[in-house]
Design a protein around this ligand. Structure first.
Ligand code: FUL
Length: 488
C-alpha cells in the first residue's frame, strides 16, 4: 500500500512538472516601466491658472501686469481634495502658459510670481500644488509652454536657453514628476517685451526637442514625455477627450506632406486618435479635455461644467479605449475651484465607484477553450484577481480561444472591461461578445485594439445566465489579464 501511495506521489509530481510551461513570448514593442505606471493612473487633471484668469481670457498676450495676479483665498488643498474625490490620480500644473508668466520664483525671467502681490511676492505656487499633491497621494507633473508671448528674445536661440533653464528649475525643485507635458501651440503674435509683433518660428527645428528631452530623461527619468509625437505619450489629436474607436498603444508619427520630420504641432495628428498597429514606438494616447468650455476660468462659463454623466461618457471614450483622461480644471480669481466644478468632480467620482463596485465576473464559473500547458499559472483565476499583470494565456498555436462565464441565476449588465497584460505587448486585435438568450448565443458587442483597458458598452442591458468572449483576431496567442462585468 505504502509503495502504491509513493508511486502516486511520483506520478503526480511528474504530471505537475510536465505542466511547467514558459510564458508566451512578447509581441511587438513594449511599454517601459515609466509607461506602465502611467497606464495604471487612468486619469489626472491639468490646471490652468495665471494672470490670464484675471483678464478673463484664454490666451494671455503676455502684457498683463503681474499686480493683477492676487488670488487671496488660494488653497491648493481645496483643489486637490476635489480632484481626489473625482478619482483622479495625478495633477499637471501649467507652470507657465503662452502668456509667459512663471508661477514659481524663477531666475530666468522677471515676469514671474515674485512680482505679484500674492503671498507678498514670496510665494511659490508650483511648490504649493506639489506639496498638496504629495500630501494627498497624487502624482505631480508640469507643463511649461514653449511659446512665450512675453519674452523679448522669443524667436532667437537665447530664448531656447532660457526655456531649457526654466525646465531645469522645474525638474530640480519639485521632486519626482510623473509627466513633462509639451504642446505645439504657437500663435505668432505677442507682447515680446513691448515689441508687440508677430514672430514666426519653424516648429520642427526651433525648439530642438531632441536635445531638450534628453535632458528631461536624465533629470526626471520617471516623467513621461507628452506631445503630439511622444516620446512616451501621444496627444490624441483632439481636445474633445476622445480616443479612436480603435486606438493602438503603438504609434509611428507621420510628418506633414513635404516635411521630413514630425514634431509637436507639425505632424499628421489626424492619425493620432487611432495610432499605428505594429507602430515603431509604444506611445499610447492621452485625451485632454477641459471640464468647462475653456481651459481657463470664465464666470460666463459657470454653466458649462460637464455633468457627471458626460464625464462618464468621456471616461468610456478615453480610459475605456486604452488611453488616459487628462481633464482640464481652472481655479477662479479667488484661487479656488468653483462650487459647480467641485460638485461635478465629486459626483463623477461617486458614479465611477458605484459602477465598478460590483464585478459580476467574480461570481461566475469560467470555462476556457484552452489554457496554456493546462497550467493554472495561466488559468482563468488570473482574470478576476485585480492584477493587471497576472493573466490567462493560451498555447502558442491557439489564437482564437473562447471564454464562457456562467452564473446560477440571471444577471444583468451593460459594460464589459478587458485588459491585456501589456508587459507582453498589445496582442489582441478584435473580440466579440455573445450572450445566451432564448437558448442560443447572440452577439451583443465587440471591440478592437484591447491593450491596457477596453470597456465595451453594450447597446442595451443584457439579462442572461451565460456570456461568451471570442477572440476573433490576434496574431499570437492571448495574454488576457482581466475580464470585468458591470451593470450601470
Ligand atoms: C493648447 C493650448 O493652446 C491651450 O491654451 C491649452 O493650454 C491646451 C491644454 O493646450 O494647445
Amino acid at each position: 500500500m505504502k509503495k502504491i501511495i509513493s508511486l502516486l506521489w511520483i506520478a503526480a509530481f511528474l504530471v505537475s512538472a510536465s505542466a511547467q510551461v514558459s510564458a508566451p513570448l512578447p509581441y511587438g514593442v513594449l511599454p517601459s516601466e515609466r509607461q506602465l505606471k502611467w497606464h495604471e493612473m487612468d486619469m489626472y487633471v491639468l490646471v490652468h491658472f495665471t494672470p490670464t484668469t484675471f483678464e478673463d481670457k484664454e490666451w494671455g498676450f503676455g502684457d498683463a501686469n503681474p499686480s493683477i495676479f492676487n488670488p487671496t483665498q488660494f488653497d491648493a488643498g481645496q483643489i486637490i481634495k476635489a480632484v481626489k474625490s473625482g478619482g483622479f490620480k495625478g495633477l499637471i500644473l501649467v507652470s507657465k502658459h503662452h502668456d509667459g508668466f512663471a508661477l514659481w520664483p524663477t531666475a530666468t525671467t522677471t515676469y514671474n510670481i515674485s512680482k505679484s502681490p500674492w503671498r507678498n511676492g514670496k510665494g511659490d505656487m508650483v511648490k504649493e500644488f506639489e506639496q498638496a499633491c504629495r500630501n494627498n497621494g497624487l502624482r505631480f507633473g508640469v507643463y511649461c509652454s514653449p511659446w512665450d508671448r512675453n519674452n523679448p528674445v522669443y524667436g532667437t536661440y537665447d530664448y531656447i536657453r532660457i526655456y531649457r533653464d526654466q525646465l531645469k528649475e522645474l525638474y530640480s525643485r519639485y521632486g519626482t514628476l510623473f509627466m513633462s507635458w509639451h504642446d505645439g501651440a504657437n500663435g505668432g503674435d505677442g507682447y515680446y517685451g513691448g515689441a508687440k509683433e508677430s514672430r514666426k518660428i519653424d516648429r520642427t527645428t526651433y525648439y530642438g526637442w531632441d536635445t531638450t528631452w534628453v535632458m528631461t530623461r536624465k533629470m526626471q527619468p520617471d516623467a513621461s514625455i507628452f506631445s503630439d509625437v511622444g516620446w512616451d505619450v501621444r496627444w490624441v489629436g483632439n481636445e474633445r477627450g476622445e480616443a479612436g474607436e480603435t486606438s493602438w498603444a503603438t504609434n509611428t508619427p507621420v510628418p506633414l506632406e513635404g516635411k521630413e520630420k514630425a514634431g509637436p504641432g507639425e505632424v499628421r495628428d489626424d492619425l493620432n486618435p487611432t495610432g499605428t498597429r505594429n507602430g515603431k514606438y509604444w506611445m499610447p494616447a492621452e485625451c485632454d479635455v477641459p471640464l468647462r468650455k475653456g481651459w481657463f476660468f470664465h464666470p460666463a462659463e459657470n454653466g458649462t461644467v460637464k455633468s457627471p454623466e458626460k464625464l462618464f461618457d468621456l471616461y468610456l471614450k478615453s480610459v475605456g479605449r486604452g488611453a488616459c483622461l487628462d481633464l482640464g480644471i481652472a481655479p477662479d480669481t479667488r484661487g479656488l475651484l468653483h462650487e459647480n466644478d467641485v460638485k461635478a468632480l465629486g459626483d463623477f467620482g461617486i458614479l465611477l465607484k458605484k459602477t465598478f463596485a460590483a464585478d459580476l465576473a467574480k461570481t461566475a464559473a469560467f470555462k476556457a477553450s484552452n489554457i496554456r500547458g493546462n497550467n493554472k499559472d495561466f488559468g482563468v483565476k488570473q482574470l478576476t484577481d485585480d492584477n493587471r499583470y497576472s493573466y490567462w494565456a493560451t498555447d502558442d498555436a491557439v489564437k482564437n480561444p473562447e471564454l464562457i462565464l456562467e452564473w446560477k441565476t440571471l444577471q444583468s449588465f451593460n459594460l464589459v472591461r478587458l485588459r491585456e497584460n501589456i508587459k507582453l505587448g498589445q496582442r489582441i486585435e478584435a473580440v466579440e461578445l455573445d450572450a445566451w438568450l432564448d437558448g442560443a448565443w447572440v452577439k451583443v458587442g465587440g471591440a478592437t485594439s484591447i491593450g491596457a483597458c477596453r470597456i465595451i458598452q453594450l447597446d442595451k442591458k443584457v439579462t442572461t445566465t451565460k456570456c461568451r468572449l471570442r477572440v476573433t483576431q490576434s496574431p499570437v496567442c492571448v495574454a488576457l489579464s482581466e475580464i470585468g462585468i458591470f451593470n450601470r
